[in-house]
Design a protein around this ligand. Structure first.
Ligand SMILES: [Zn+2]
Ligand SMILES: [Zn+2]
Length: 250
């Protein structure tokens, strides 16, 4: 397999927001990396697999501070977190960032998956030797905090269920929600090692009550308010079917 020339793709989504992703990574582990530019500082939301350095691909402004936030401690979202000095993630998963245990990060699933990459990140790379670099949080989040970028403010929302420490970031003035893996346009996962279906249902109820202009998820395409409602309804309908198998055919 050849070594990839470039590792990250980039697309401007408008209003100071850029999307980055890793096209050579297996779709299951290919997350959305969001860069939100503010007047005084930038916010990076998630950082991919860490297979190659992310910082050089971002086109950052020299000397401008960057806050690197993780929506949760799964392998596909935290690989390059160590490249940044200001690291934030939810307190419920804070310990995981210190030593990146497979049990929490699910990195073992990436090591074991068939066809983890379609091009090599570097000469002689093997999935078997893949390890995450520890990235202790400089500021654990509880939810409710506001991250102020100067001309835009994002509120931290604790959205557990997919994992205990899932957070979203909500620009209330613009109605822009960065929802991580709590909500995206694709199959939502609530049966991973530390997932909790009851918490997920509460998170969905909370997101239902949160009107958005646009949602940028941890995977898949962005979605508007109508699509948000459909995604939530489909998820909850699936849970009802599982809970009452006799009703599934009606
Ligand atoms: Zn996840
Ligand atoms: Zn993910």
């Amino acid at each position: 397999m050849r070594v990839a020339e470039t590792w990250f793709e980039r697309r401007e989504v408008g209003d100071g927001v850029s999307l980055f992703w890793e096209p050579h990574v297996h779709p299951f582990f290919r997350c959305n990396i969001w860069l939100v530019r503010g007047r005084e500082r930038d916010l990076l939301i998630d950082s991919g697999m860490g297979l190659r350095a992310l910082t050089p691909a971002l086109g950052l402004t020299p000397g401008k501070p960057v806050i690197a936030a993780a929506t949760h401690a799964h392998v596909d979202h935290i690989g390059s977190l160590h490249e940044f000095a200001d690291r934030r993630g939810h307190a419920a998963e804070a310990a995981a960032y210190d030593d990146m245990p497979d049990d929490v990060t699910l990195a073992d699933l990436f090591r074991e998956i068939e066809g983890p990459v379609t091009a090599l990140p570097g000469d002689g790379w093997t999935a078997r030797d893949y390890r995450l670099t520890p990235a202790p949080l400089s500021r654990p989040l509880d939810g409710g905090e506001v991250i102020d970028l100067g001309d835009r403010r994002l509120r931290v929302l604790h959205l557990p269920g997919h994992s205990p420490g899932c957070v979203g970031f909500f620009d209330e003035a613009r109605g822009v929600l960065f929802s991580g893996d709590a909500l995206y346009d694709g199959e939502l996962l609530d049966e991973l090692r530390h997932s909790h279906v009851g918490d997920y249902a509460k998170t969905m109820a909370r997101l239902t009550e949160l009107p958005i202009a646009i949602g940028h998820g941890g995977h898949g395409p962005s979605f508007d308010e109508a699509r948000k409602r459909t995604l939530i309804e489909e998820y909850l309908a699936g849970k009802r079917r599982q809970g009452c198998p006799g009703e599934a055919t009606h």
